[in-house]
Design a protein around this ligand. Structure first.
Ligand code: URA
Length: 261
């Protein structure tokens, strides 16, 4: 009985240690890792349990709390890196949602689809009638780099178009660059997986660019979905849903952009 009670009630020093670990300045390690894109909390617990995480040079145990502004956290020897106040979301925008912060017409906005704190903004734009992937962040430098037309970030779209199969000549025009009222577009990568459906990859970000390109070759767009931003794609993300970008995805987008400059 005495043995049982001892086990139920940990010694005082353990209780104090537990209480100090629960101080508000510390965040649970699995939460910190999950927020940085290492996976769900469950996956992050497994990473910790596997001994892959160190805090200030010591292997971390499950339940450990850290103050990310002071503690050095590594996974497999790599610092977790990103500032803890920065967030990066990938959102699958449904039709009817605007990508501006507010809308005079009262339509739903993209920022309403993600947590309200910290405040984030969309990187680039999608038309209200376009669906698909868009990144939201509170990292202004990152946003500026990847939204900049010269950033060289590829964006891939699936466009359903009117008037059936696009002819080889039409595809060639899209590939060579289309003359629009604001000038010639850069060459696009284009394929036609089925008649009247185009997969286009562009890296410019002009207003309604894909719609205007397709219209210019006589095939107005009836449905437009952005399926990839840089190397980031996600077929599982439901319309209206969001997830954190993984650390690798953030780094890949940032690196790709900086290389292009
Ligand atoms: N091109 C368009 O025409 N619309 C978008 O939303 C994005 C690219």
């Amino acid at each position: 009985m005495a043995e049982r009670r001892r086990r139920l009630e940990p010694p005082l020093w353990e209780q104090l240690a537990e209480a100090s670990r629960a101080l508000p300045q510390g965040e649970r390690l699995q939460k910190v890792l999950a927020a940085r894109g290492f996976g769900s909390r469950r996956v992050c617990e497994e990473i910790i349990a596997a001994g892959r995480v160190q805090v200030n040079g010591e292997v971390a145990v499950l339940g450990r709390r850290v103050d990310v502004s002071a503690d050095k956290v590594t996974v497999d020897g790599e610092p977790i890196g990103l500032r803890d106040d920065l967030v990066y979301y990938l959102v699958n925008k449904p039709i009817g949602v605007v990508t501006t912060a507010s809308d005079p017409q009262g339509r739903p906005t993209i920022v309403e689809l993600v947590p309200s704190e910290p405040r984030v903004f969309p990187v680039g734009r999608l038309d209200v009638d376009t669906e698909g992937l868009i990144v939201l962040t509170n990292d202004g430098d990152f946003a500026q780099l990847i939204a900049h037309p010269s950033g060289g970030i590829d964006k891939e779209y699936l466009a359903h178009v009117e008037n059936g199969r696009v002819s080889p000549a039409g595809l060639r025009r899209l590939r060579d660059g289309v003359e629009l009222e604001d000038g010639l577009t850069a060459p696009a990568r284009v394929s036609q997986p089925e008649a009247g459906v185009l997969r286009l990859t562009i890296h410019e970000g002009r207003n309604r660019q894909v719609r205007r390109m397709c219209e210019a070759i006589g095939h107005p767009v009836t449905r437009l979905v952005r399926t990839r931003v840089g190397s980031v794609a996600d077929r599982e993300l439901a319309p209206g849903a969001w997830r954190h970008l993984s650390l690798d995805e953030v780094r890949a987008l940032g690196k790709r952009t900086r290389m292009a400059h």
